[in-house]
Write a protein of this length. Structure first.
Length: 304
């Protein structure tokens, strides 16, 4: 009987280990891209449909681009990148645990679509004020034939459809255009947010930092919240606290204010300051009972 139970238990373990292993393969390649399948220093040229492991390392050279499928997630990595799939899988796991990211993502997709609260103001750049300037007019100064204008339109459409993998190369091309000038920060917002959703947090941070330099732009609020979250995911808790606090000051009636307060509690909790963490969680539970983060705040309070 014991032997039979041992066999059954072994089969269950084997099945469990198989379903936990991610299905990873290459879907697209451009330029020079190499893969170290087993992470032992044995590099080979990447090819379409190449099966990868959690131990694999990806390396792209100048002008290189590789796209991979990880279960149901599509990710891309641009030129001069070194990517360890163990890190990618870890970040995917963390992202799936953080249900509040869905709320932030929904909010992000509203911005730039012509929503009444966030009207595009290319010249004045003031939130909520419609100057009558079309969202793409500023590109006419760059290219009268409209190639840059169309590229930006295509990239934004992909962005709002959640196709960040396809949007990233277009935004990257736009931001490297020397004639973009003062409009670089706007593209930096879209590129930084796209990289954020593509799990490339360090690269995203650099562009998001550019995009929050002007508080009067229509995208400042979402840029700031993504900048703060990125610091949190990179475990830069002190910087995250500064950014979430800034959001609370600048947007005292913002849609994501309960989220910012909740995240301040998370930051202090991760820093080991239980007293301050509890205070922020209590603030959410007292003042934002209709918020999506109310129940999360109660859970955090009970865990302290």
């Amino acid at each position: 009987m014991k032997k039979k139970l041992l066999v059954i238990y072994s089969i269950i373990l084997l099945f469990a280990s198989q379903i936990c292993v991610s299905d990873i393969f290459v879907t697209y390649i451009s330029g020079e891209c190499k893969v170290d399948i087993n992470g032992n220093g044995m590099w080979e040229e990447a090819v379409i449909d190449m099966k990868l492991k959690d131990t694999s390392v990806i390396k792209t050279k100048s002008a290189g681009l590789i796209e991979i499928q990880v279960d149901n997630d599509l990710l891309s990595f641009g030129e001069n990148s070194i990517v360890r799939l163990k890190d990618v899988l870890l970040r995917l796991g963390e992202k799936k645990k953080l249900g509040w990211l869905k709320t932030v993502s929904k909010f992000t997709k509203i911005v730039g679509r012509g929503d009444e609260t966030y009207v595009k103001t290319a010249t004045a750049g003031v939130r909520g004020e419609d100057t009558g300037v079309g969202e793409l007019e500023w590109f006419e100064e760059i290219d009268e034939e409209g190639s840059e204008q169309l590229k930006f339109q295509d990239a934004k459409s992909l962005f709002h459809d959640g196709q960040y993998v396809k949007a990233i190369p277009l935004f990257t091309e736009l931001i490297t255009d020397v004639e973009i000038g003062p409009f670089r920060n706007e593209i930096a917002y879209y590129l930084g947010t796209s990289l954020f959703h593509n799990l490339q947090y360090q690269k995203a941070l650099n562009y998001l930092a550019e995009s929050i330099t002007d508080k009067n732009t229509y995208y400042y609020e979402t840029a700031l919240i993504h900048y703060a979250i990125t610091h949190y995911l990179l475990k830069n808790y002190a910087e995250a606290i500064i950014s979430f606090s800034l959001y609370s000051e600048d947007f005292s009636r913002g849609k994501l204010l309960p989220f910012a307060i909740f995240m301040l509690g998370k930051c202090y909790k991760d820093l080991g300051n239980r007293e301050k963490a509890r205070a922020y969680f209590f603030e959410v539970s007292r003042n934002y009972k209709e918020s999506e983060f109310y129940q999360d705040a109660l859970t955090e309070i009970n865990s302290l």
